[in-house]
Design a protein around this ligand. Structure first.
Ligand SMILES: [Ca+2]
Length: 86
């Protein structure tokens, strides 16, 4: 089985391991990306709403793997810029 970088990003983005990238998963990603420069809760909620508006085809407030694949196709730099440190 070949493991693609795309699959690693998916695996590390689904923090609660429910098979979807939901509100709390995205919030965790944003908090980790912003580090000590935390965004206001209202800004985080608006950002997550925008992400769902752009990527959540079936409008169920969580991103499925096929929806995630569409995000990667629309934004290939997501894969090229993804770095993984051990
Ligand atoms: Ca999840």
């Amino acid at each position: 089985m070949k493991l693609y970088k795309r699959d690693l990003i998916w695996y590390f983005s689904d923090f609660d391991d429910d098979g979807f990238i939901g509100f709390e998963d995205i919030k965790e990603i944003i908090n980790r990306l912003t580090g000590n420069e935390k965004l206001k809760e209202t800004d985080i909620e608006l950002l997550i709403e925008d992400i769902f508006d752009e990527s959540n085809v079936d409008d169920d407030s969580k991103i499925s793997y096929p929806e995630f694949e569409n995000i990667v196709l629309d934004c290939p730099e997501m894969i090229t810029k993804f770095r993984f440190r051990l």
